[in-house]
Design a binder for this molecule. Structure first.
Ligand code: 5AD
Ligand code: SF4
Length: 445
């Protein structure tokens, strides 16, 4: 890169795991250009704000983030606005603040090096959604943690009436089989023992294997499970309508596929699900959840919920609480409905008073928190394998994940990347403790 002044960069990612993954890939790309990542924006020549547009006043938050980048002497680093706010509102942001130099959408960030060059002589915008994959243009994966993300699918064709994703991330596109398998091998070679396959609609992934046979996500998982050294596979986020019987059965057959599934339902009321354009019912969702429990009795289930969607009555809300009670979640994410400009639900005339949404959200979260705590308590006494991911707060503590995605705190001389056998001992609301038993032995090790 012939911009000697741009040596250090800082990337701040907001929102979903897809954005974290994109942040990592941008970081690898900039490093491949000779730049170095720094720990804080204050010492960076280039700051990338990798934004999220899914809820609330996302653009407003972005303006305050941008404002904070101004330095005491009035100068500022080069600023690149990336992610979904860039895609949805980039032009407005450029018009409103002079501080942003580059606007780059989630499908165009592989162009960052050229955009940085061009930004030297004026503001640049790249929000194209090219058909050819940005992944081909990105450098090889570098050093990764014990648990790594791998994007296999992007975009969404579902058009739920509240959601911006189909507009900011574009149509559903699956990455080719061979590229995914190659990236998985590279991740394992660099130290990953767990891979989480990512996609906005990851279970809509389709492709052809080496023999030209058409495959779904279950086929891909079966192939990845053959990689020596890869011990765990997860995938997120799924849509109920793409939950095929083959994928359900995979949960009962593939040991490396962890007993955990995040399957958003959003509401337990069929009337609201219809208005949301979810194209499934509470009953069809419950049938799926029960099938999963049949094939994998110890599966931990997770979901997303929206309260206060336009027209939601107390009865509709109660149906959501009933569905939650019936499923029994180990983990869940819940949100008050937030009207997103340009989505059909934002124009519906029966918007709910935010006070009512807030109160419903509190009741819903009380139930979900109780379920999470109950789940943690039910696991006490079980033996589990834990993948150590990071250091804990106290000097001798290490934190890892159980197969059911619980955070497990261990006090034992174990290292990041170790898979260790523990007995789960004490349950907290957000984590459990593990009594160290042994290092796991692997046939492949
Ligand atoms: N308001 C509130 N929550 C939303 N989500 C998506 N769009 C909105 C919105 N407009 C939630 C859904 C989705 C999760 C990623 O974010 O629950 O599954
Ligand atoms: Fe948004 Fe619905 Fe697509 Fe999920 S399935 S990304 S909620 S439109």
């Amino acid at each position: 890169m012939n911009r000697p002044s741009l040596k250090h960069f800082y990337i701040k990612s907001f929102g979903c795991q897809m954005n974290s993954y994109d942040g990592e890939r941008m970081s690898e790309l900039l490093e491949s250009q000779g730049m170095k990542a720094v720990e804080e924006a204050a010492t960076a020549d280039l700051v990338v704000l990798n934004t999220c547009h899914i809820r609330e006043k996302a653009a407003e938050k972005v303006y305050s983030e941008i404002g904070r980048l101004r330095r005491p002497d009035g100068s500022s680093p080069m600023i690149a606005l990336a992610g979904c706010v860039a895609q949805a509102e980039g032009a407005e942001v450029l018009a409103r603040t002079k501080m942003v130099d580059i606007v780059v959408g989630p499908q165009a960030y592989h162009h960052l090096p050229e955009l940085i060059e061009k930004a030297a002589s004026g503001k640049v915008v790249d929000i194209d959604m090219p058909l050819e994959s940005k992944f081909d243009a990105l450098p090889e994966r570098r050093q990764v943690g014990a648990s790594a993300f791998l994007t296999v699918q992007e975009g969404c064709d579902k058009f739920c009436t509240y959601c911006v994703v189909p507009y900011t991330r574009g149509a559903e596109v699956s990455r080719p089989w061979s590229r995914i398998v190659k990236e998985a091998h590279a991740l394992v070679d660099k130290g990953a023992r767990e891979i989480t396959l990512l996609g906005q609609n990851v279970n809509a992934w389709t492709g052809e294997d080496e023999a030209g046979r058409s495959q779904g996500l279950d086929g891909l998982i079966r192939a990845l499970a053959k990689i020596d050294g890869l011990e765990r596979i997860r995938y997120t986020t799924s849509h109920p309508n793409d939950m095929t019987e083959g994928l359900i059965e995979a949960h009962g057959e593939i040991d490396k596929l962890m007993p955990f599934l995040h399957l958003p339902v959003q509401s337990g009321s069929n009337r609201i699900l219809k208005a949301m354009n979810r194209a499934h019912t509470a009953e069809s969702y419950l049938t799926l959840m029960n099938r999963l429990k049949e094939v994998r009795p110890d599966i931990a289930l997770s979901g997303d919920f929206i309260v206060g969607f336009p027209g939601e009555s107390e009865e509709d809300f109660q149906a959501t609480l009933d569905l939650i009670s019936e499923v029994g979640y180990s983990l869940a994410f819940s949100f008050a409905y937030s009207p997103r400009p340009g989505t059909p639900a934002a124009d519906m005339d029966n918007q709910i008073d935010p006070e009512i949404s807030r109160e419903r959200l509190q009741r819903l979260q009380a139930l979900l928190n109780q379920q999470q705590f109950d789940f943690n308590q039910q696991t006490i006494g079980r033996k589990a394998t834990v993948l150590i991911e990071r250091k804990g707060k106290k000097a001798d503590q290490m934190i890892g994940k159980s197969p059911w995605l619980q955070s497990v705190i261990i006090e034992a001389p174990v290292a990041i990347g170790d898979l260790v056998e523990v007995t789960l001992t004490d349950a907290g609301p957000n984590s459990v403790k593990g009594q160290f038993l042994d290092q796991k032995q692997f046939a492949t090790a």
